[in-house]
Design a binder for this molecule. Structure first.
Ligand code: HEM
Length: 521
């Protein structure tokens, strides 16, 4: 039996639901008339979110793609429309629409609703900041990714790539199926610690090594929690999240991450304070060789564009955590090479030829010559853009070639869908084929048809860094190691995908590593 109080409460909830539903339709129906509705019923208060509640692993992405396909958005090319709770959301897929949105210098606001859970991992750095603070930080950080700086980092990438190969040569790994992701995560984290903190010498001390291990474990915990919050949208409410055990785990991890990064920043600050006033790393050391300069060196010496200690802390944290994108992409590349042995051998041939015969004197230039490898990397990121979705909250009405989107709406860009559009990449759009990036094919494509690093004013600041790093790691691995498929993932068709914070393979990036006979550097 239901008591009178419960009955009243029930009627109240129903009445509120009906009111919200009526108000939402009245306010938005005409304003969203250019958008294609999903064709799936949206409930009051939760909108379309119920579509993904309780979806099993592998089902989250599949469900969204199913809805997209059934409402025919790729055919109509109009923006698609969904309700995330009471928040109106659209998604655009056509390169000409994406160009208007991402190319805009006004529409650069990231929606809180999407980026709030992400902030727990990335911190309040460039990825999640908005407005003037974002502009200020972007200005300070841009010079630290200048190609002259990257040129110096190439040797750091080479050093860690070689150490990585030594790890893969471990007899215990020979022929055994392993998830490549934890391995790639380690190597990219080590690299960023040196290029961002300039910490390599200190890390050889045992105490420091232990602290670094704790720091990486804490990062893993942070990523796990953000995944969990993305998959359970009700946990975006802090009030509910605080009641979960994950919250306490996350708090502990947060403290470890913060303490470690602060220690490093303060150590660097002391070093800078001991320098003569105005002394700036010259870029050349005593013997005229190019000096490696870490991100922190540059930021702490930038007298014009000062960031506070906390702001630097947040940016360091962003730079370290964002390496997860490169780690996942590297793991996808290994799976693609394992499942396409002919392509792997072509990469091997190119790498050996350049490293043995090129007239270039610097390693940076040699990496630049590896054009086939570059096509393999680009093709992997086309099919598997790890940041599969990103978004903006519109400040003003936006007129796109394929329809108008009103202000206040959240607009999603989904490279995963645009990159697989047959109207753009032809009938074999789903097939892994590095020739999709032959120069003549790229020339005829819309520049916004390939957006794995986003584009426009809020594009990925680290894309050149990532490309160089991935080229160094993949070329060194392929030269020394055969990458073989796992039993369960023999072909591209066996790759089952899902998306949480990033795109990933359900069940892991499983491959086998078998050393080649030659040992080369
Ligand atoms: C394969 C590797 C990578 C991919 C696919 C990737 C992709 C992206 C994408 C799609 C965005 C835009 C995100 C959004 O609008 O929400 C972005 C932003 C950003 N990325 Fe990357 N990224 C990669 C590697 C890196 C690396 C190695 C770094 C740093 C060393 C980096 C630093 C950043 C930063 C700081 C932003 C924010 C830029 C801003 O809003 O001003 N990324 N990245």
């Amino acid at each position: 039996m239901v008591g009178p109080l419960t009955q009243i409460l029930l009627y109240l909830v129903i009445a509120l639901g009906v009111y919200f539903y009526w108000k939402r339709n009245r306010t938005w129906a005409s304003r969203l008339k250019d958008c294609t509705p999903t064709g799936v019923f949206s409930l009051p208060i939760i909108g379309h979110m119920y579509q993904i509640f309780g979806t099993s692993t592998g089902g989250y992405l599949a469900r969204f793609l199913e809805i997209g396909a059934s409402c025919g958005v790729l055919r109509t090319r109009k923006p698609a429309m969904m309700w995330m709770g009471e928040i109106p959301c659209t998604a655009i897929f056509a390169p000409e629409d994406i160009e208007v949105l991402l190319g805009s210098s006004k529409e650069i606001t990231k929606p809180d609703f999407v980026y709030k859970p992400v902030r727990n991992v990335f911190g309040d750095g460039l990825i999640t900041l908005n407005d003037n603070t974002w502009q200020h930080h972007r200005k300070v950080l841009t010079p630290t990714f200048h190609f002259k700086i990257l040129e110096r980092y190439a040797e750091v990438f080479r050093k860690y790539a070689q150490e990585f190969v030594e790890e893969l040569r471990d007899p215990k790994l020979r022929g055994v199926e392993v998830d490549a992701m934890p391995l790639t995560a380690r190597v990219v984290s080590q690299t960023i610690c040196e290029t961002a903190f300039g910490m390599s010498e200190r890390l050889s001390q045992t105490d420091e090594m232990k602290k670094k291990e704790e720091f990486f474990d804490a990062l893993d915990v942070s990523f796990r929690t953000v995944r969990s919050r993305v998959l359970k949208p009700w946990l975006t409410l802090d009030l509910l999240f605080r009641l979960t055990p994950e919250y306490h785990e996350q708090q502990k991890a947060e403290k470890i991450i913060k303490d470690y990064a602060l220690r490093v920043i303060r150590m660097k600050k002391r070093e800078v304070a001991l320098e003569e006033p105005g002394q700036v790393p010259s870029g050349e050391d005593d013997i005229g060789a190019k000096k490696k300069v870490a991100f922190l060196d540059l930021v702490l010496r930038d007298a014009k564009n000062i960031l506070s200690e906390d702001e630097i802390l947040q940016e360091v944290r962003t730079l370290v955590t964002v390496q997860q994108t490169t780690a996942s992409t590297l793991a996808f590349i290994f799976v693609m090479l394992a499942t396409h042995p002919d392509i792997q051998e072509k990469v091997y041939g190119e790498v050996c030829d350049i490293l043995d015969n090129s007239q270039s004197t610097s390693y940076y230039e040699k990496l630049g010559e590896m054009k086939y490898l570059e096509r393999v990397i680009k093709e992997t990121i086309r099919l598997y853009p790890v940041t599969a979705v990103f978004s903006r909250k519109l400040k003003e009405d936006m007129i796109l070639p394929n329809g108008k989107i009103p202000r206040g709406v959240i607009c999603f860009v989904i490279p995963f869908v645009t990159h697989r559009d047959q109207n753009i990449y032809g009938p074999d759009a789903e097939r892994f084929d590095p020739d999709h990036f032959l120069p003549e094919r790229c020339r005829t494509r819309h520049p916004y048809a390939y957006i794995p690093f986003s584009a426009g004013p809020r594009n990925c600041i680290g894309q050149k860094y990532a490309m160089l790093q991935m080229k160094a790691i993949v070329s060194t691995v392929v030269r020394n190691i055969h990458i073989l498929p796992s039993k369960t993932c023999q072909t591209q068709e066996d790759v089952l995908l899902d998306v949480d914070t990033f795109l990933h393979i359900v069940g892991g990036f499983n491959v086998r590593f078998e050393p080649r006979n030659v040992i080369t550097t």
